[in-house]
Write a protein of this length. Sequence first.
Length: 340
Amino acid sequence: MIKILSHSDKNPWQEYVEKTPAATFFHQVEWQEVIERSFGHKTYYLYAEQQGQITGILPLVHIKSLLFGNALVSNAFCVYGGVVADNVDAALALDQEACRLGKELAVDHIEFRNRERINPDRPYKEGMYVTFRKELEPDVDKNLAAIPRKQRAVVRKGIKAGLVSVIDNNTERLFEAYSESVRNLGTPVFPKKYFKILKEVFKDQCEVVSIEHEGKLIASVMNFYFRDEVLPYYGGGKAEARALYANDFMYWEVMRRAVEKGVKIFDYGRSKIGTGSYRFKKHWGFKEAPLFYEFELVKSDSLPEINPLNPKYKFFIAAWKRLPLSVSQVIGPLLAKDLG
C-alpha cells in the first residue's frame, strides 16, 4: 500500500531512513519542512507500507513555474533522492504511484535523482552529472598527503597566507560569501531564509565553516553531516578568495575537521561535466561516478534543459553577472525558488 506522509507523524519515515543503508541525507524527512517553509512548494512524500511497517520511500516536490515548467522532482534542491525500498515490489509500487500522481498534476515530467541506474527503459541525461566521493584516512596528515601534489601545494599556499577557519553559529556570513559567488557565476541566489531554515531544522547535522584572513571574511561553506559522511554543499568566496587560495584551503579545512570527528566519507557532491567545479574536484584526486537522473516524460516529449550549459541562457547569465550584488540578492530568490 502506498500512502502520503502526514505532517503529524514523521517519525516512522525518519526511522526508516536511519536504518536503511541506501537512504541518503537528502531522504531525511526534515527536507519536507525545509522546502515548504523556504519555497512554498507542495510536497508529496510517498511511502510503501506492509503490515504497518514502511518498506520504501520516495520524496516528491511539485515545482510549477511559468519560466521553468511543471515538474515533480525527487528530491528537489537535493543532489540525491530517488526511490529507496526494501524490495522490488515496494520500489515498483512507489514508481507507479509517482507516475499516476504526475499525470493527475499534469506535469511535464518527473525527475528521479538516483545514484544508481534504476529503470533502464527510462531516459536520463547521460554524460551530464557526476558525483565525487572518497574514503578518508583516519589520520589528518595522510589525507593531506593523498591530495595530488599540485593541489596539495595550493592548499599549503592558503595555509601560508595566514588563512584560518572558524565555525559560524548562524548563516549570515555564509549568505554574504555565497550570494556574491553565485552572482559572479551568473546564477540566481536562493533566499537568505533558506540557509537559516536549513541550519535551524538540521541543527548539528548542518555546520558552517567560514574562512578568515586577518579577521575578515573571505569564504564560507555549509556542510551536511549524515552517518559517517560529510557533504560540503553550499559554498562561495569573496573577491579576495582566489588570490588567497581560500576555496582550496576551505575544503581542506572541512576535510580536516571531518577526519577529527571520525567521519569516513567525503562527498564533494554533484558537478556538471566540463564545468569549473568539475575540474576543481578532479584536481583533488577524487574519482567521478555518474549520476542517473531518470525522467518520466508525462506531457513533455523531450528532456528538460534547464542548466547553465544551455546556449539559450547565455545572454541571461552574462547580464546577471553585471548586476549589483544587492539587486541580485533581491531578484535572485524569485527565480531560484523554481530551480529545484
